[in-house]
Design a protein around this ligand. Structure first.
Ligand SMILES: [Zn+2]
Length: 245
């Protein structure tokens, strides 16, 4: 199946592949969960698929994306054009495509309101302490996970400005200062902004921003206690339930 936008993608990308000595036989916008691209080489023919998050992007944005993708396929320095970066970092793009991404996300509670805690209260405390600014969190979606994940306490999808926090923190027995610290960590990824296919999220600049957090080292250490604290807390809840029953 081909539609208008796939046709447009092929028209825009074909000359760029041609310049690398490949004939683009098919191009598709595809419902990948993450912003991504895939390709298949058959001799001198190539099939190219791009995440459908770009299906409504202006021509220049698509061309710049394809140029960036070509450096991953055929080698070269990864340079992302200004039009591509401006477009994908714009509020308009985020508002347009974030709902699509959000719908594809699994194990999300899709709310920042918990049973005992709200993520936004942590954000507000961080703002009050001067650790975060309103700018850091503008146009951002915060949500709990639906399952208590202990391996990944939080993550940030920079492209769509979504911060996900493990619902293990929605528990009065988990110290609030650890909760705030994890929320701060993810918000520092928001401050970094979207950087296409960047593989070093915890670079020197990021670490420097983490060092601004009072008591960072000790808090980092105490994060290791969370699985134990969580297990204990669950046991207490079960005990209280059986007493009630
Ligand atoms: Zn991180």
């Amino acid at each position: 199946m081909s539609n208008h936008n796939d046709f447009r993608l092929k028209q825009l990308a074909a000359p760029l592949f041609e310049a690398r000595g490949y004939h683009l036989i098919e191009a598709h916008f595809t419902a990948f969960k993450e912003m991504n691209f895939r390709w298949e080489i058959r001799g001198k023919n190539i099939i190219f698929k791009v995440s459908d998050y770009l299906d409504e992007a202006p021509d220049i944005v698509i061309q710049e994306f394809v140029k960036g993708a070509l450096t991953y396929i055929f080698g070269g320095r990864h340079v992302w054009g200004k039009a591509y970066l401006d477009y994908t970092r714009s509020d308009a793009f985020i508002l347009l495509k974030r709902p699509v991404y959000y719908k594809r996300g699994r194990r999300l509670a899709r709310t920042d309101v918990g049973e005992f805690r709200n993520i936004f209260d942590a954000v507000q405390r961080l703002i009050d302490r001067g650790l975060l600014t309103e700018d850091d969190i503008q146009n951002t979606l915060f949500t709990w996970t639906s399952d208590p994940t202990l391996t990944r306490l939080g993550y940030c999808t920079q492209m769509f400005r979504i911060v996900v926090i493990s619902c293990v923190f929605d528990d009065p027995d988990i110290p609030e200062d650890l909760f705030d610290f994890v929320v701060y960590h993810e918000c520092m990824h928001l401050r970094q902004g979207y950087r296409p296919f960047n593989r070093t999220p915890h670079d020197a600049a990021f670490k420097a921003s983490m060092h601004l957090y009072p008591g960072e080292r000790e808090l980092d250490q105490r994060l290791h206690d969370i699985p134990e604290l969580y297990k204990k807390s669950r046991k207490n809840i079960l005990k209280n339930q059986s007493i009630k029953n």
